[in-house]
Design a protein around this ligand. Structure first.
Ligand code: DPP
Ligand code: ZN
Length: 859
């Protein structure tokens, strides 16, 4: 497969101002007739031909200006038509089989309904079209189908006409007045019901809202609808963005590759991010739904009204929209807890990506398959990069920048450069050096040294941007760091400051400190960097207990644990150090458990130990099982030291009817954490507590946390509760996904055998991405079983990739990165991981998706 390069961008030689599609719908056979109004693009070199992308299509008929032509040719998968004049009408007929579309890209069948997923390049699997984000057209879509089979017919925009035919079929015509690229096209036909509501915009326009689901799921749509209305209001208040159609539809589909899709006026969602009620959804699910509903809605401006010039600019819409959804969730819930959660995701997923073979800048320079670049780097690091601009500008000035961006580029296909320029012009910041964040990959490491010179504190900062594939030399980048200097005597600081490190080495002086202060740095995680510093244990204990920035408090706690575990793993910990280190951690941990001023959501958060992957990141080469042993060892020890306290917390959290306010959620979160600790430190007691919790629970959060604790234990209650869960939720796909995932990720010594057995379970299928992920993604994240010393875990993931690749390459390729970590893994396992990658690479007929990921991982 060819490599596509950002620098090769050229505008399309034709414009397609108006396009019309006629769909004659059938699960096995859908016929599509297109009418494309084509005119020469004055801003591009003239071309004698019109090349239309296709993927697996053959034209049944091609007309130019009303006449059937036979002079068309296939150029690979694409349709090439000679066009002599300035403007033409091009009409093409294609036919596809949605029921055979297991890739779930383009138009496909799911549970008897038809739906689409076109981002990034799925539209070309429906009809021939310039399937690139910089070709914007106004769409009219007519569809016709059997009324009994497809009672509901939806597309983008507004329904302008509909009617019935004599033969039992019916039809609808939809028109979307806003020009859009093909990746935002959507169509849904099926037997669906909807929850309806209404939103009045800031200018008093009424918008009809509808969430479409299968019969029976309607009761579980209330939270999604509330989230949608909150998101619409929030975007008006926070970014001044108003919705621009009379209708906003959301459809939930159970077979879906991604989380959700922002198609104009017709968002299509994975059911996972729509359906929720106490009995089936955890608190985490509720939050995720609010976040994703917000995310897709916010795309209406950051993505749809202003779209991307080419796919290298993906972070233009995704980074910005992730930031917008993060800020939304912060405002709807607990700001510090949300920030901590976002940083945890960044560190455990994006940091490893940035330090591995798949590292790429948030604006990549090349790809073979764009689906592989819907990554934590483009999304989450992309959001961090924009957040840094916001931090440097301040909220108000940042808003001026985004206002200017929306005003300047509305209706355009823009670039990341356009965005930065607008922020620069709108805020007055000088972002020349800052642009390096868009072009350089790798997580910068900041080394902090603190010196005392008379009454002046000097911070000597050094930055190192690591080498990444294709980028051996790096330039220093601006790193905005929020810092505070605590006076050890008064335990207070004199106000937070923002310093911006710009050079490879730079010093910052703070006069007026007779005694060396305790420094809190990168507060709120103001820059997506890793910090390395020599700081006394007591100082971390102090910050963990006293820092007024909740994030910094969390960070100090994490540092305390990370530095201890890393020293242990490096074999640098003497028996005495181990005792001292553990004592310091225990002191901080106990403070967290006992601090009555702390809310329980935050307490639950502070109790979580740093993830296995984040710990691995701190070491050049690591032994996953050694990390697991050390981490579990600490957890077990803490639990034993605090057994009574943990039990008391669990008891305090018990009982009371289900509510969804922050206090109740905090109790459930803490309850889950206490069980995790007790399962390690007092397994028999934990098993009894968990089983009791399971049976008394009136909500999924408590049931799930009980099951997670039990799944890892070799106790009789385990099987009993697993079966009870299965019986209770049989037939509820999302709940059964949890049942698979919990077992696959469990710390049970025979987890690997469990996964093997689950792969043969009648409820398992490779055809449903949620189910595949629930078994195998969970397994690939299992810190113990995946890394079995004989390589069996690696073999299972490789087998999964090979079996899934012909069915759904996009999802198959997502399983490659766990194996791609071989270079950073101890040599024996590295050889086993590499061997599996080579086995995949040797398979005939590998998809472009998997080929690219595997070859980069081996490269
Ligand atoms: N554009 C989609 C999103 O919201 C991709 N699935 O992230
Ligand atoms: Zn998005």
């Amino acid at each position: 497969p060819p490599v596509i390069r950002r620098e090769d961008y050229a505008p399309f030689p034709w414009l397609l101002p108006r396009v019309t599609f006629d769909f004659s719908l059938g699960l096995e056979k859908t016929r599509i007739s297109s009418r494309l109004e084509v005119v020469r693009n004055p801003d591009a070199p003239a071309s004698p031909v019109l090349d239309l992308h296709g993927d697996g299509l053959m034209p049944l008929e091609v007309k130019v200006d009303g006449e059937v032509i036979n002079s068309w040719v296939m150029a690979g998968d694409n349709l090439r038509i000679s066009l002599p004049g300035e403007a033409h009408l091009v009409e093409v007929v294609t036919e596809i089989d949605p029921s055979a579309n297991s890739q779930l890209m383009g138009l496909y069948a799911s549970n008897g309904m038809l739906c689409t997923q076109c981002e990034a390049e799925g539209f070309r699997r429906i009809t021939f079209f310039p399937d690139r984000p910089d070709v914007l057209s106004t769409y009219t879509v007519r569809m016709r189908g059997d009324k009994a089979q497809f009672p509901v017919l939806l597309a983008n925009g507004n329904c302008v006409a509909s009617g019935e035919n004599q033969d039992g079929s019916h039809w609808a015509e939809w028109h979307d007045p806003w020009p859009k690229p093909s990746y935002l096209f959507a169509l849904v036909a099926g037997d669906l019901v909807s929850r309806k509501d209404r939103f009045t915009t800031m200018n008093g326009r009424d918008v009809d809202l509808a969430i479409w689901v299968r019969e029976g799921d309607l009761d579980r749509t209330g939270h999604a609808m509330e989230s949608l209305k909150k998101a619409m209001k929030w975007d008006e208040e926070t970014f001044g963005r108003e919705y621009d159609l009379d209708l906003f539809n959301v459809v939930a589909v159970s077979d879906f590759n991604m989380g959700a899709m922002e198609n104009k006026g017709l968002n299509i969602f994975n059911t996972k991010y729509v359906l929720a009620e106490a009995d089936t959804a955890t608190d985490g699910d509720y939050e995720a739904i609010e976040g994703v509903i917000g995310h897709e809605y916010f795309h209406n401006w950051s993505g749809n009204r202003i779209t991307c010039r080419d796919w290298f600019q993906l972070s233009l819409k995704e980074g910005f929209t992730v930031l917008r959804d993060q800020l939304f969730s912060q405002d709807m819930g607990s700001e510090p807890v949300k920030r901590i959660e976002d940083v945890r995701v960044l560190r455990s997923i994006q940091f490893p990506e940035d330090s591995g073979p798949l590292a790429h800048p948030i604006r990549p320079d090349s790809y073979r398959e764009i689906s592989n670049f819907y990554t934590a780097t483009v999304y989450n690091k992309g959001a961090e990069v924009i957040r840094m601009m916001r931090t440097m500008a301040g909220e108000e000035r940042f808003r001026k920048g985004t206002d200017l961006y929306f005003a300047r580029h509305d209706g355009e296909a823009a670039t990341c450069e356009d965005f930065v320029k607008a922020i620069e012009d709108g805020t007055g910041l000088d972002l020349r050096q800052f642009r390096l964040w868009y072009s350089q990959a790798g997580t910068p490491k900041i080394i902090v040294r603190q010196e005392q010179d008379g009454d002046t504190v000097r911070l000597r900062l050094t930055q190192k941007v690591p080498t990444t594939p294709g980028q051996p030399d790096k330039q220093p980048m601006p790193v905005p760091l929020r810092i505070a200097l605590f006076d050890p005597a008064t335990e207070e600081h004199r106000g937070e400051e923002l310093i911006v490190l710009r050079d490879t080495e730079q010093s910052f002086d703070f006069p007026g400190y007779d005694e060396a202060p305790i420094i809190s740095i990168n507060r709120g995680f103001s820059a997506p960097v890793s910090i390395e510093r020599d700081i006394a244990r007591e100082d971390l204990v102090f910050l963990a207990a006293k820092d007024d920035d909740p994030f910094a408090r969390y960070e100090a706690m994490q540092d305390l644990v990370v530095s201890h575990l890393v020293e242990a793993l490096r074999g640098e910990l003497s028996a005495e150090d181990r005792t001292k280190g553990r004592a310091a951690i225990l002191q901080a941990f106990t403070a967290v458990l006992e601090d009555s001023a702390l809310d329980d959501l935050m307490r639950g958060e502070l109790m979580i130990l740093p993830s296995q992957t984040y710990l691995a990141e701190q070491l050049d080469i690591s032994d996953p099982q050694a990390i697991h042993r050390e981490r579990e060892g600490l957890k077990t020890w803490l639990a034993q030291q605090c057994e009574a306290l943990l039990e008391a917390l669990h008891d305090r959290a018990a009982g009371g009817p289900y509510r969804r306010d922050a206090a109740a959620r905090g109790l459930r979160k803490m309850r889950a954490q206490t069980l995790i600790y007790l399962a390690a430190g007092a397994p028999e007691k934990a098993a009894k507590m968990a089983a009791a919790q399971y049976h008394a629970a009136d909500n999924m959060t408590d049931r799930q946390s009980a099951l997670i604790a039990l799944a890892g234990l070799d106790v009789p209650e385990r099987e009993e509760v697993l079966q009870a869960f299965y019986k209770r939720y049989q037939g509820n796909a999302l709940a059964i996904d949890k049942w698979f995932a919990i077992q696959a990720q469990s710390l049970h010594p025979r987890a690997l055998d469990h996964v093997k057995a689950l792969a043969d379970h009648p409820d398992f299928t490779l055809k449903n991405p949620n189910r595949v992920r629930s078994l195998y993604m969970a397994f690939a994240a299992n810190p113990q079983a995946f890394h079995a010393a004989d390589g069996e875990g690696y073999r299972m993931i490789a087998d999964c990739i090979l079996a899934l690749d012909p069915i759904n390459p996009q999802t198959a390729a997502r399983f490659v990165p766990p194996l791609g970590r071989w270079r950073r893994t101890e040599p024996e396992r590295a050889a086993l991981m590499r061997a599996e990658l080579e086995r995949i690479a040797a398979a005939p007929q590998l998809s472009r998706d998997t080929f690219e990921q595997v070859s980069r991982s081996l490269g």
